[in-house]
Design a protein around this ligand. Structure first.
Ligand SMILES: Cc1ncc(COP(=O)(O)O)c(C=O)c1O
Length: 429
């Protein structure tokens, strides 16, 4: 029995139709920005394996620190116990987070980091004797797949089967493309009710919603408005954190700072799962009580796992190196040059860049959406070129590990252009 057959007998893959035609590609190893299949053929990982792998695969420094940690302390319950890697990581994250951040709560992934943030915001008000349970989010938001995270995400094919069971929230327009004032007005109309506990957002780039980008100035105004109405703000930096948008956090572009942060993905350099929710001193003070009712009753078996924390500490060592910031800058400059070239193509509706992310929206007969069927054609074309690209429908994006070479970046750009050319020729026929 070959890989495919064995896989199909026992595995259920994420976001993948069970009877789909695309067979999963078996990967044997990975190094730097390359994945290697069982024939030794390499594939360029142009999307950092779902936006997590920032320093490249198999980084020796992370591998060494993880291995040392496993031998020293693999795991310990995190209620009533603590350890050096969890404390050291919290200290280092707080050094990098805005000054208002004071406490770190660990969980397992991006969705759980969001769950913790939502529960914290709602209980914050309860602990202060107020009942506020409404959340505001962007119409195209994506915050994860657990129920709370689904509730604050866009209504989409991802959530359709569960709409009745998700909780109701208020949705506002993204403050971009002339909707800046409308977005503010919508937010204010909801804040006036006094029932809103928090506004949650992906700062500067809405990832799964289609790599939609908006300006820090517009986000500053929304956060400022929340402050006026004493409403908490939650920056979901699960995708945007760790230099993805050019600065360490996307919130580093802001002048007004959010109250709560959600981190994951790049936190361990894409090596082990880890989620973090940080909060301000003010938020924590509402829980800082010996009244058991005011406890945040949330945790996971692997909360604060020492090995994941060690991986994150090693990833932080690499983030602290000048070479990392230089690579980020290099990728951004290359993206901007390619954007100028590709945006002139007749089949490109829009090309946009923030930091190390470039997104290119392809013109198709069907609307821009995750379910746009051109997706499969794009995936097949790039797999043939030995490039891993996972478009959001008709939006092709590149979000590479920071160690990607200039030659590989240019090969990806040339392949995108070749795809557009091929599509144009087909349309001519
Ligand atoms: C902004 C954002 N928040 C949350 C999540 C959920 O993270 P995870 O897939 O680790 O649960 C994602 C995942 O893509 C994300 O992009």
């Amino acid at each position: 029995m070959n890989f495919s057959e064995r896989d199909q007998r026992v595995i259920w893959h994420p976001y993948t139709p069970a009877k789909g035609t695309v067979k999963p590609c078996p990967i044997k190893s990975a190094r730097g920005s390359y994945l290697y299949d069982y024939n030794g053929q390499r594939i360029i990982d142009a999307i950092s394996s779902w936006w997590v792998n920032t320093h490249g695969h198999g980084h020796p420094h992370i591998a060494e620190k993880v291995s040392e940690q496993i031998k020293q302390l693999d795991h310990v319950i995190f209620a009533g116990f603590t350890h050096e890697p969890a404390i050291a990581l919290a200290e280092r994250l707080l050094e990098r987070l805005p000054d208002n951040q004071a406490r770190i709560f660990y969980s397992d992934n991006g969705s759980t980091a969001v769950e913790v943030a939502l529960k914290t915001a709602i209980q914050y008000y309860l602990n202060k004797g107020q009942k506020r349970s409404r959340i505001v989010a962007f119409e195209e938001a994506y915050h994860g797949d657990t129920f709370g995270a689904m509730s604050v995400s866009a209504h989409s094919i991802f959530t359709a089967a569960f709409t009745e069971l998700t909780f109701e929230i208020h949705r506002i327009k993204l403050p971009a493309n002339g909707n800046e004032q409308l977005s503010l007005d919508m937010l204010e109309s909801f804040l006036k009710s006094g029932e809103v506990a928090a506004f949650i957002f992906e700062p500067l780039v809405l990832g799964a919603g289609g790599m939609l980008m908006y300006e820090p100035k517009a986000l500053n105004r929304l956060i400022q408005l929340c402050k006026k109405y004493d409403t908490l703000t939650i920056a979901d930096e699960v995708m945007t954190g760790f230099y993805r948008t050019g600065r360490f956090f996307a919130s580093d572009y802001l002048t007004v700072k959010p109250d709560i942060f959600c981190l994951s993905k790049g936190i361990t350099g894409g090596v082990l799962p880890l989620g973090v929710t940080s909060c301000s001193k003010d938020v924590f003070s509402a829980f800082d009580s010996d009244d058991i009712q005011k406890t945040l009753f949330h945790g996971h078996s692997y909360t604060g796992n020492p090995v994941a924390c060690a991986a994150a500490l090693a990833a932080m060592d690499l983030y602290d190196m000048q070479a990392c910031a230089e690579n980020v800058d290099r990728i951004n400059k290359a993206h901007l040059i390619f954007k100028k070239r590709i945006e002139k193509h007749p089949l490109v509706v829009d090309a946009r860049v923030t930091g190390t992310i470039i997104a290119i929206e392809i013109k198709t007969a069907a609307q821009t959406s995750y379910t746009n069927t051109i997706r499969e054609t794009i995936v097949a074309f790039f797999m043939e070129k030995r490039i891993l690209i996972r478009p959001l429908g008709n939006v092709i994006y590149v979000l590479p590990p920071y160690c990607i070479s200039a030659a590989d970046l240019h090969y990806i750009y040339d392949s995108i252009e070749a795809f557009c050319e091929k599509l144009l020729r087909q349309k001519d026929l």
